[in-house]
Design a protein around this ligand. Structure first.
Ligand SMILES: CC(C)(COP(=O)(O)OP(=O)(O)OC[C@H]1O[C@@H](n2cnc3c(N)ncnc32)[C@H](O)[C@@H]1OP(=O)(O)O)[C@@H](O)C(=O)NCCC(=O)NCCS
Length: 388
């Protein structure tokens, strides 16, 4: 067997997909051929979800029907609410979400069914289950009751109302809509790949989303936005940003390669496996971070972010990634650090479902090989009677 091994499967083509295209050299991202920066804000997140799932932008009637289908699925399943009320208060929100989706699988009306129509119904329910759970667990942790029967015509407005218990301004809803669109899909990122591996065994859709959420958590992927916001809050003052970056990068020189891999030895929000330049999402988010900070008066954190960005630019060739400026936008929306990755999941569940449905439509078990580098076959050493 003569296939080259690539650490971390870098640049390895693992499947064919018609959903999302990433051009790492140009910093471009396309959903089904449409550039993400053109979609964001011009097309609603619900329409983007339909585009990812069905392949084409819906016409007005289809868009209205799809949005109505999502609205009809709203509501937190009672067993999930009970679960959230019994979890320890310090449970990480993403762990609560992962556990809740796992529980919801058992109560899903289509539990046990794995045909395309049932999977589409499950996907619709997962689109609302994720934000319902994220918002409810946040409110329960704060000693508040989950919001029942939220309004909100658009998905963005509904998510914000679930969190805050009041109708958001159209501008705030629009901001979240754009953020969700920018996070909706990203080709074979680690969490999406995990979802595809899971469904390729013919495990159910909830199992795939549980695998995806579990994988999203790490600071090398979705967990980075939590680290970004925590870092920016820790720096606190724009005047301290450059020295912070300098110290962190300088400290790396004395570390081993293994030690340099620790999240605390990296600047979160920078670097990417595929992009060589700042990507389109980061560019849109940077502009949005500036305007939301100005609108909410939280300009200091944006200034800190700008100084960190400039300091990284001056010292490294690492591109800024989606997690950096999105953290500033989350802060302006009142989202605390440990909730950032969960909001990422509210958008990305659209992509996880799209990829799971695509995988199932033309499935083959995903089962790669390892290049074995352990001991050659050898005889079992003789063992004394006493060790048995
Ligand atoms: C995204 C990421 C995991 C990509 O990883 P990768 O393609 O496997 O790249 P590597 O981890 O091999 O990094 C290559 C080199 O760049 C360095 N590097 C990468 N990102 C860095 C960062 N944010 N800060 C400092 N150095 C970084 C690595 O330490 C490594 O150098 P070394 O071999 O001297 O230690 C990585 O850039 C990272 O950890 N970024 C910070 C976390 C983050 O923002 N994640 C969200 C991604 S969307």
């Amino acid at each position: 067997m003569e296939t080259a091994w690539k650490a971390g499967l870098e640049d390895v083509i693992a499947a064919r997909s018609a959903i999302c295209q990433v051009n790492g050299e140009a910093g471009r991202l396309y959903y089904r051929g449409y550039e993400v920066g053109e979609l964001a804000g011009a097309v609603s997140f619900e329409e983007v979800t339909a585009l990812l799932w069905f392949g084409e932008l819906p016409g007005p009637a289809e868009a209205a029907a799809f949005a109505a289908r999502l609205r009809a699925a709203r509501g937190l399943p009672a067993p999930v609410r009970t679960l959230l009320e019994t979890l320890p208060r310090d449970t990480h929100p993403l762990d609560a979400l992962r556990t809740a989706v796992s529980l919801a699988a058992a109560h899903d009306p289509d539990a046990g069914a794995n045909d395309p129509a049932a999977n589409l119904r499950k996907a619709v329910r997962l689109m609302t289950l994720v934000p319902e759970t994220v918002a409810a667990s946040r409110r329960i942790r704060a000693g508040r009751a989950p919001v029942e029967a939220p309004g909100g015509d658009s998905h963005g407005a509904y998510v914000l109302e679930l969190c805050e218990g009041r109708t958001p301004s159209p501008e705030t809803a629009r901001i979240l809509d754009v953020v969700l669109t920018l996070h909706a899909d990203h080709e074979f990122n680690a969490s999406t790949f995990a979802a595809r591996v899971a469904v390729a065994t013919l495990a159910d859709l909830h199992a795939a989303v549980v695998a995806a959420i579990a994988t999203l958590k790490g600071p090398r992927q979705g967990g980075a936005n939590e680290d970004v916001l925590a870092m920016l809050l820790e720096i606190g003052d724009p005047a301290r940003a450059e020295a912070f970056v300098e110290r962190r990068l300088h400290a790396r020189a004395a570390l081993s390669k293994h030690e340099r891999g620790a999240p605390t030895a990296r600047v979160p929000g920078f670097g990417h496996r595929v992009y060589r330049v700042d990507d389109a999402r980061a560019r849109v988010l940077r502009a949005m971070a500036k305007s939301t900070a100005a609108a909410t008066g939280r300009t200091r954190l944006f200034e800190v972010a700008e100084r960190v960005y400039d300091a990284m630019r001056a010292r490294t060739t690492l591109p800024v990634n989606v997690d950096f400026f999105s953290a500033v936008v989350y802060d302006a929306l009142g989202i605390p650090p440990d909730l950032c990755t969960s909001i990422f999941a509210v958008g990305r569940v659209a992509g996880w479902c799209a990829h799971a449905l695509e995988q199932l439509a033309d499935n083959r078990l995903i089962r790669p090989r390892a290049e074995y580098v352990g001991p050659a076959p050898r005889p079992l050493p003789a063992r004394s009677e006493g060790r048995r």
